[in-house]
Design a binder for this molecule. Sequence first.
Ligand SMILES: [Zn+2]
Length: 208
Amino acid sequence: MIIRTIPLGPVRANTYIVTDEKSGSTFIVDAGAYNPRLERLINDKKIEYILLTHGHFDHIMGVSELKKRFPDAKVCIHEADAPMLSDDMLSLAFAFGAGVDKDLKADIILHDGDELPFGDKKIRVIHTPGHTKGGVTYMIDDCMFTGDTLFCGSVGRTDFPGGDSKELNDSICRLFDIDGDFNVYPGHDMNTTLSDERKNNPYVDWRK
Ligand SMILES: [Zn+2]
């Protein structure tokens, strides 16, 4: 798998472009904007999914345009965050002077434990609420896309509507409890590994 990272949109949320070399299939994780740079990187790809880690505006503002260019790509979001896709208030777009597409809808509503086929692999969905009610982490191979749940040396904010610090800690502990090491690709800033975060993240109360 080839993973490319582009920070996009008003607060530079990471957009990930993940391509399976064998099948040529690609999925995108979050899209804070649609711009020529993103377009150059994906215009020859077969985009199967637009996977959303949660419904905040800074992760979804590029989704409508993406969906227009790639109508076959399935927009996926957890059921608890799905209403945020088309709602300026819920997505916080309004509070930050932005706007979202009122007609944007999910193609696939996700639940904890769902698996999305991708080439000869599967993308596993883990419900990780706490930053929002419907935050999810996507797992494939040794990679985790954690959105605004877990960052390198930090964790997501819990002071927005739907946020809950206990829930967030429980969600991250669930990730930490998964055996083995993973590359962690968060919603903002640089990537990290699960083993580093287990050892060094000062915001997580985790005991094995
Ligand atoms: Zn967020």
